[in-house]
Write a protein of this length. Structure first.
Length: 150
């Protein structure tokens, strides 16, 4: 080719770079899925330790879903199964509304009280919220270490 004094650029290995970036993206997604699942499992474990026992079986109903990806975000749902959501909300909030409209405050019963405190929290109302609170700092540390070793 004749030298016309113009500018030329030769990019060799560009396909390899693109392939490596695609693999890196997949690896990050996999690590993120693993971290989110680990965090959700720990929160649900702690929520089970704090869930009231006096009526129903909230411990058995607490579960996690699969990690989902949506428009560049990753998230995981956790909580109770849909069959017991109404009951779980009543137990979590610690009150119920009677058909006449009166508010009845729930008190932990003997079975719930027998569980004892766990990580500074009493079992009963706000069991899931308290499990999230007790794991918040640890969860942030787990997520901040997502790219360690790269």
């Amino acid at each position: 080719m004749a030298n016309t004094g113009g500018f030329s650029l030769d990019l060799t290995g560009l396909e390899t770079v693109i392939s490596r970036l695609d693999q890196l993206d997949e690896d990050i997604d996999k690590r993120l899925d693993e971290k989110l699942t680990k965090i959700a499992l720990k929160i649900i474990h702690d929520a089970k330790r704090l869930a009231p026992l006096d009526e129903g079986d909230l411990e058995a109903a607490l579960d996690i879903d699969e990690v989902k990806h949506l428009i560049g975000l990753a998230y995981i749902d956790f909580g109770t199964s849909p069959e017991v959501n109404a009951y779980a909300v009543i137990q979590h909030e610690g009150f119920n509304k009677t058909p006449s409209g009166a508010i009845v405050q729930l008190q932990p019963g003997e079975k719930t009280l027998s569980k004892g405190n766990y990580n500074g929290y009493s079992p009963g109302k706000k069991f899931l919220e308290n499990a999230i609170k007790m794991n918040e700092e640890w969860a942030m540390e787990e997520l901040s270490g997502l790219l360690e070793g790269w």
